[in-house]
Design a protein around this ligand. Structure first.
Ligand SMILES: Nc1ncnc2c1ncn2[C@@H]1O[C@H](COP(=O)(O)OP(=O)(O)OP(=O)(O)O)[C@@H](O)[C@H]1O
Ligand SMILES: [Mg+2]
Length: 303
């Protein structure tokens, strides 16, 4: 089989624990992401999600292991990898538009000023920001608007990989819902590869092709890769009607509520730690002549 677009190979991260010892956040973690995939990662606070993302972004060096994108080892930040942080980190002295054109100019150095502005304006419009509002500074925008600017900024640079660290954590449910749908729209138009951290199970099911489930730390593991067997396009009001929705949701809740603790704290023993693939599909035909409709069909494939 060919290597995936993003290949994480035997990644380990240790930190000094502050008491003279060593904290092993994760050890020998291995997984891949295909081009154009939307992958979410779910796990309890402190298990190491942001640590993994910082390594993928090239903002932190792992203690061991390697991340390869298109076969090339990631080292240092690059315009090929766009990051949206939880606190949206806009440049406060620049307008919304200029926050977006700033990166576009750096990425496409041969573009005219008009082309840069047109491109940035188009991406702001995709997240619903149009007219005078794009000339306002971040302090003159609402939290939701700032979040939209940071998403437009990341997508406008057309990175090969987009890394989102709980991008909607600070938003109210209504704004969150709108921006999630806008994110899906842009993603489906641009075919970018997305890796997103979230704490919200329903958000992950709505957005992702696959959800990676991480156990608690220390020695956290990405234990499972759960395929979201709900067809696209997805709308939040409609997916809850799909027969697979609650079966998948229950599986995720069980993992986070129970198995994430049970599986925690085990050293890898030098083995590469790959997630087990899980596919839950109540619509799949089974060999059983009278299948029980409420029981999930679990196909555990070695991942
Ligand atoms: N630079 C650092 N030095 C020492 N310990 C660190 C450092 N960065 C992270 N850690 C520790 O590594 C562990 C994982 O942290 P990380 O920020 O990756 O968690 P997380 O899964 O993103 O949590 P949350 O959901 O709360 O954001 C935590 O125990 C944290 O204290
Ligand atoms: Mg984090």
């Amino acid at each position: 089989m060919s290597k995936p677009f993003l290949s994480v190979e035997r990644l380990s991260q240790t930190f000094p624990d502050g008491a003279g010892g060593t904290l092993t956040v994760f050890e020998n973690a291995s997984f891949g992401i295909e081009k154009g995939e939307f992958v979410c990662i779910l796990g309890h606070s402190g298990c190491g999600k942001s640590t993994i993302m910082n390594v993928l972004a090239g903002l932190a060096e792992p203690s061991a292991g390697v991340v390869k994108m298109d076969g090339v080892a990631v080292s240092g930040p690059s315009l090929d990898r766009g990051v949206v942080f939880q606190n949206y980190s806009l440049l406060p002295w620049l307008s919304a538009l200029k926050n977006v054109t700033f990166g576009v100019k750096a990425r496409y150095r041969d573009w005219s000023r008009e082309k840069v502005v047109e491109h940035a304006t188009q991406y702001l419009a995709m997240v619903g920001l149009e007219g005078d509002v794009i000339h306002r500074k971040p302090s003159q925008l609402s939290g939701g608007m700032r979040q939209r600017v940071s998403i437009a900024r990341a997508f406008a640079n057309q990175p090969k990989l987009l890394l989102l660290d709980e991008p909607f954590g600070a938003l109210d449910a209504l704004t969150r819902g709108t921006i999630q749908e806008e994110l899906l729209k842009i993603w489906s138009q641009t075919e970018q590869t997305v890796f997103m951290i979230t704490h919200d199970i329903d958000e992950a099911i709505l957005l992702a092709d696959r959800i990676l489930l991480m156990t608690n730390g220390p020695f956290a593991r990405i234990a499972e890769s759960v395929e979201i067997t709900i067809p696209r396009p997805r709308r939040r009001t409609e997916i809850v009607e799909h027969p697979n929705y609650y079966a998948i949701r229950n599986h995720l809740v069980q993992f986070l509520g129970k198995r994430s603790k049970e599986l925690a704290g085990r050293a890898s023993g030098g083995e590469s730690q790959s997630p087990e693939s899980v596919r839950i599909d109540l619509t799949a035909p089974t060999d059983d002549p009278e299948p029980a409709p409420q029981k999930p069909v679990l196909h555990a494939v070695n991942g």
